[in-house]
Write a protein that binds this ligand. Structure first.
Ligand code: FES
Length: 256
């Protein structure tokens, strides 16, 4: 396959950036999108040109690092991660436009690499459970209804790639944050910090500068892991309930 690639090049966070066009003659339909970029980079290095910087780690659809905006869609034409996208999804002779995620909370580090540390800080604010250490507990010590276990696992499938933010016209991170809140709120192990978690994670999300959800469903449509927008409704209920109980405690002077 022969492709024309319009790739965003940006030297640093403060650089203006521009699209550079490359003609790529050595593309196999069986290559993954990232392998196609690897081959391009090998050619650029041979010509003493600066390779295109892009993020990746597992290349198995697990880590969420490969965040590319391809032809105006996060992760490209299929609802999968960029590393799981193959060149057979494109046509010979096609022009492909490749950009980094666009959101002020995800500043560009270089070329196609963005800084997604905002997600880490949201997780650090409350996306954890405290557990007693010790021996491995017996299976079924805490019975959990299958429906709840399934819903929690579906929410936990979020890999934090940020496609939801990139897809949203408001750059909202609510699909990500709601998945992380839901995976614990649905399980007995997540109950101890339940209220504190919702309050702190939502506060951190706002502090990072992400926008609000206006129910366009763009995030759900683009999420490579099929995270459902119903998690956002759950997050809103969790947050409201946490705020109401904090208000009750405060108005009683800190008592119960
Ligand atoms: S490189 Fe890990 S999900 Fe794509």
């Amino acid at each position: 396959m022969k492709l024309t690639l319009k790739i965003w090049r940006q030297k640093s966070k403060d650089d203006k950036g521009f699209f550079k066009t490359y003609v790529h003659n050595h593309v196999s339909p069986d290559m993954s999108f990232l392998e196609m970029l690897d081959v391009l980079n090998t050619e650029l290095i041979k010509k003493n040109e600066e390779p295109v910087h892009f993020d990746h780690d597992c290349r198995e659809g697990i880590c969420g690092m490969c965040s590319l905006y391809i032809n105006g869609k996060p992760h490209g034409p299929l609802q999968t991660t960029t590393c799981q996208l193959h060149m057979r999804s494109f046509s010979d002779g096609e022009t492909i436009t490749i950009e980094p995620w666009r959101a002020s909370a995800f500043p560009v580090v270089k070329d196609l690499v963005v800084d997604r540390a905002a997600f880490d800080r949201i997780q650090q604010a409350g996306g954890y459970v405290n557990v007693n250490t010790g021996g491995v507990p017996d299976a079924n010590v805490i019975p959990i209804a299958k429906k709840l276990a399934d819903e929690a696992m579906d929410a936990a499938a979020c890999i934090g790639c940020g496609a939801c933010v990139a897809a949203c016209k408001n750059a909202s991170a609510m699909l990500f944050v709601s998945a992380k809140i839901s995976q614990f709120a649905l399980l007995p192990q997540g109950q101890v910090e339940r209220k504190e978690r919702a309050e702190k994670m939502v506060a951190q999300m706002d502090a990072e500068g992400f926008g609000s959800c206006t129910n366009t469903y763009a995030c759900e449509a683009e999420c490579p892991k099929g995270i459902k927008i119903t998690n956002i409704a759950r997050m809103n209920r969790e947050y409201l309930s946490a705020m109401l109980s904090s208000y009750k405690i405060e108005s009683k002077g800190g008592g119960d």
